[in-house]
Design a binder for this molecule. Structure first.
Ligand code: F6R
Length: 243
């Protein structure tokens, strides 16, 4: 596991974006795994800039997002499809039909299997971006007593509903269910990049990457992945061992 620690959010975003930009430059038809949430917004802004500066092109890139809320129409500003269009897809030269998010409308086991198959049909994910929840979730894989294997439907924990309520008018508007790549899906990505910033993430960063590998802290499983880069700002890195 490699750690890159930057002074602040902007530098963290640029540094993580550089990993993706380099990857796209070297492999223009790569398959990216993408995340939503506040942490990657700066990274996406950097990639939009790189694309408009002509440094990278998304014209042959395929993407798969980690997750989507259940039963929230894609036109809803809080849907993850809306987020991705708003923060990245609408501003780069990507073919929209190569941007994939799990479908949360009337999702069932078949929907989950189909998403898994679609990833495999594209040859798997080359590089997966992850944020980390305060409870250690990755995607919407919540603390549990086992690691999920494939794309699955989940009931969100109260702590996640609470954390995500900042984006909604009222906490009662936050969907209670979501569809997410499984831990097994994420672990199959050839490379993983985790981003985290702010003091509020310091405790979970320490627990996930320096504590025991347990399904109660889903992100801890990444310690077993052969190619993970964790990009942090000083605050998120403040509790990790220094040597
Ligand atoms: C979003 C996702 C979530 C977030 C996590 C951190 O697609 O998969 O696991 O990465 O909740 O969210 P932020 O970045 O808002 O702190």
């Amino acid at each position: 596991m490699k750690f890159i620690i930057e002074k602040d959010y902007d530098k963290m975003s640029r540094s993580a974006a550089d990993i993706f930009a380099e990857h796209i430059e070297q492999n223009p038809s790569c398959v990216l795994g993408l995340a939503t949430g506040s942490t990657p917004e700066g990274l996406y802004a950097c990639l939009v800039k790189d694309c408009s500066d002509g440094k990278i092109s998304f014209s042959d890139v395929t993407t798969f997002n980690l997750d989507e809320y259940c039963d929230l129409p894609v036109e809803n500003e809080q849907s993850y499809r809306y987020f991705m269009n708003f923060n990245l897809f609408d501003h780069v030269d990507i073919a929209k039909n190569r941007t994939n998010l799990p479908c949360g409308i009337n999702a069932d086991d078949e929907t989950c299997k189909n998403y898994e198959q679609a990833i495999e049909d594209e040859g798997g994910i080359d590089i997966q971006l992850l944020g980390i929840g305060h409870n250690g979730h990755i995607g919407f894989n919540e603390p549990s007593d086992s690691f999920s294997v494939i794309t699955n439907l989940v009931d969100l924990k109260d702590s996640t509903i609470e954390a995500n309520s900042r984006f909604f008018d009222d906490i009662s508007d936050v969907p209670k269910r979501a569809i997410t790549m499984g831990i097994g899906t994420i672990m199959k990505a050839r490379k993983v990049v985790v981003v985290a910033n702010g003091q509020g993430k310091a405790e979970i960063v320490k627990k996930a990457f320096f504590g025991p590998v347990v399904p109660e802290v889903p992100a801890s499983v990444l310690q077993l992945h052969p190619d993970v880069t964790v990009v942090l700002d000083d605050e998120a890195a403040s509790l990790i061992p220094k040597d």
